[in-house]
Write a protein that binds this ligand. Structure first.
Ligand SMILES: C[S@@+](CC[C@H](N)C(=O)[O-])C[C@H]1O[C@@H](n2cnc3c(N)ncnc32)[C@H](O)[C@@H]1O
Length: 225
């Protein structure tokens, strides 16, 4: 299934960035203290990660934090724009594909569950993005931002922009700043184990790795086998 996907699809390098554990950890306290579900113990709270595999740091870390996690991904035939799990879930948390970000946010608001999505803050520069969230605001679907105080690296090299969380119904205030111990670059680097999925699926023969064209990360702690 996954290999077929790689063969058929327009693999888009801009969509294949795997969130490191330090950035996943940042959202956990806000999910645990959310007033919507404050009375439900974490083991009874279900989080859907719709752009994720079992090796995603969202899936791994949220499970470790005690939540029930369900996950899906286009590689396994579950297109977020059409698919919804049958079982009940309380939150949608992940890092979505950049190239379809507004379609993703539209679908998230349609689904009507509290969400937290990692997204680069520079998208706020774009007029179409401002208009999109302005329209949602009129429908009382206000955007919330959990802004981390460091530019987290996804590959061990210095990041050029800030990736934070775009949320709805997750935070107690519309803008919350969150402090991180480091920016995950150089000696601090821990990568996502989801990168291994790309290796496992033997997709190198399709030239995917070349297209990813990543520089070797510095100190690949999270990717050692
Ligand atoms: C930015 S990556 C993040 C992966 C993972 N959520 C993480 O944070 O490590 C987004 C992923 O969504 C996948 N994807 C793209 N379009 C999708 C769709 N329509 N439905 C589900 N997954 C999709 C991409 O192949 C990519 O692996």
């Amino acid at each position: 299934m996954a290999d077929d996907y790689f063969k058929r699809s327009n693999w888009n390098k801009k969509d294949e960035y795997y969130t490191p554990p330090i950035l996943v950890n940042a959202i956990i306290p806000y999910l645990k203290s959310n007033p919507n579900t404050f009375d439900i113990p974490p083991e009874k709270l279900t989080i859907w990660c719709p752009f994720d595999t079992e090796n995603s740091e969202f899936v791994i870390r949220l499970k470790e934090a005690g939540f029930k996690v369900i996950y899906s991904h286009i590689w396994t035939g579950q297109d977020f724009l059409q698919y919804e799990p049958q079982e009940e879930y309380h939150y949608i948390v992940s890092n979505p594909p950049y190239t379809i970000k507004l379609k993703v946010f539209e679908r998230l608001y349609q689904l009507g569950k509290p969400f937290a999505m990692v997204m680069g803050l520079p998208i706020l520069n774009y007029q179409e993005v401002g208009s999109f969230f302005n329209e949602r605001q009129k429908e009382n679907k206000k955007l919330q931002l959990l802004i981390v105080d460091k530019k987290v690296s996804f590959d061990g090299n210095t990041a050029s922009f800030n990736n934070s969380y775009f949320c709805w119904n997750i935070l107690e205030r519309d803008i919350v700043f969150h402090s991180l111990d480091h920016n995950n670059s150089r000696k601090h680097y821990v990568g996502s184990r989801m990168s291994r999925d790309v290796e496992k699926k033997s997709i190198f023969s399709y030239g995917i790795q070349e297209r990813l064209n990543r520089k070797p990360p510095v100190g690949q702690k999270g990717m050692k086998k």
